[in-house]
Design a protein around this ligand. Structure first.
Ligand code: NAD
Length: 287
């Protein structure tokens, strides 16, 4: 009997990478994976990423001690609803890897209220603009922050258990409330993706007037817009799942831009210098 049966549901970039790290950290665990389409399942077996694959989520779920959902957030919530209808092992530990946390944690608390289910929302803060199990990487999460969210469905010992399963990610685990997670990632991740896409769009619009513009997009522009190549499916989903925090960031930023506009219009060179100097110092001090 293996010490634990783990179910990785969703063999994409994140699910595949988690499976690789769990397998290498715990060769004694039985690792099963659910995926809707066959090619990723075949790939995961050929690469020995997991021990068992199936397109029958329910059959794998009832055997699992730990289930990690690696889907877009709305889909993970649908899978949580399915899980609540199944004869799961008592005190099964469920987690996910979605990029927003309040929506799924709130849903989990309602779905599993009064049930012998433990849930810890998770967000491994590493990724790539690539997707799919083919791009999965055992080292993806090394030294990255891995947020675990507190809720009514988990106790401190449950966090230690999940961190033990995920030990070979070599990630830096941090416990936050789901609301804290969504507020902070709006600032450092979600809103910057909006800005990057807007910069690209802005340059493209201007190229209608001066067609050579985009050829002049050099180092600074390319550094700031690399993340605009990310998946539109994933980023639409993230904006839909964290609207209040993102709208707040857009409003704050619009205010900052209006202030800079005013300084430039009035040619206040001292204040403009201070604006850049403050940012330069803050950027140099960032952890
Ligand atoms: P991915 O596209 O590589 O994989 C998505 C998975 O969802 C695939 O297994 C796919 O088969 C499955 N899926 C999609 N629609 C489905 C459906 N209708 N029915 C059944 N299965 C379906 O995506 P990913 O990058 O692994 O992202 C997974 C989660 O991790 C997302 O919530 C994402 O926000 C989060 N995340 C992504 C990154 C990143 O940079 N890619 C980083 C951290 C967290």
């Amino acid at each position: 009997m293996p010490e634990k049966n783990i179910l990785i549901a969703g063999l994409g970039l994140i699910g595949g990478s988690l499976a690789r790290t769990i397998k290498s950290g715990h060769p004694d665990y039985h690792l099963a994976a659910y995926n809707r389409s066959q090619a990723p399942r075949d790939f995961a077996i050929q690469e020995r990423i997991v021990d068992e694959v199936s397109d029958d989520f329910e059959a794998l779920a009832v055997k699992a001690d730990v289930i990690i959902l690696n889907f877009p957030v709305q889909l993970s919530i649908q899978f949580l609803k399915t899980l609540a209808t199944l004869p799961l092992k008592a005190n099964v530990l469920i987690s996910d890897s979605g990029s927003t946390k309040l929506e799924i944690v709130t849903a989990a608390e309602a779905i599993f209220k009064g049930k012998a289910v433990r849930f810890i929302g998770g967000h491994p803060m590493a990724g790539s603009h690539k997707s799919g199990v083919i791009a999965s990487d055992e080292l993806l999460f090394e030294n990255a922050y891995y947020i675990l969210t507190t809720s009514a469905l988990s106790q401190p010992a449950d966090f230690e258990e999940l961190k033990g399963v995920l030990v070979n990610t070599r990630a830096k685990f941090i416990e936050l409330t789901a609301a804290e997670h969504d507020a902070m990632t709006a600032v450092t991740s979600h809103f910057p993706h909006v800005v990057a896409a807007s910069l690209v769009d802005n340059a493209h619009d201007f190229a209608e007037i001066m067609p050579f513009t985009e050829n002049l997009a050099a180092g600074g522009f390319r550094d700031m817009t690399r993340i605009a190549e990310s998946s539109p499916d994933m980023w639409t989903e993230i904006l839909m799942s964290n609207p209040d925090n993102i709208v707040y960031q857009i409003e704050q930023f619009s205010q900052k831009l209006a202030e800079v506009k005013q300084l430039v219009r009035q040619k206040q060179s001292t204040e403009i210098w201070e604006f850049f100097d403050k940012a330069r110092k803050l950027r140099a001090q960032m952890p």
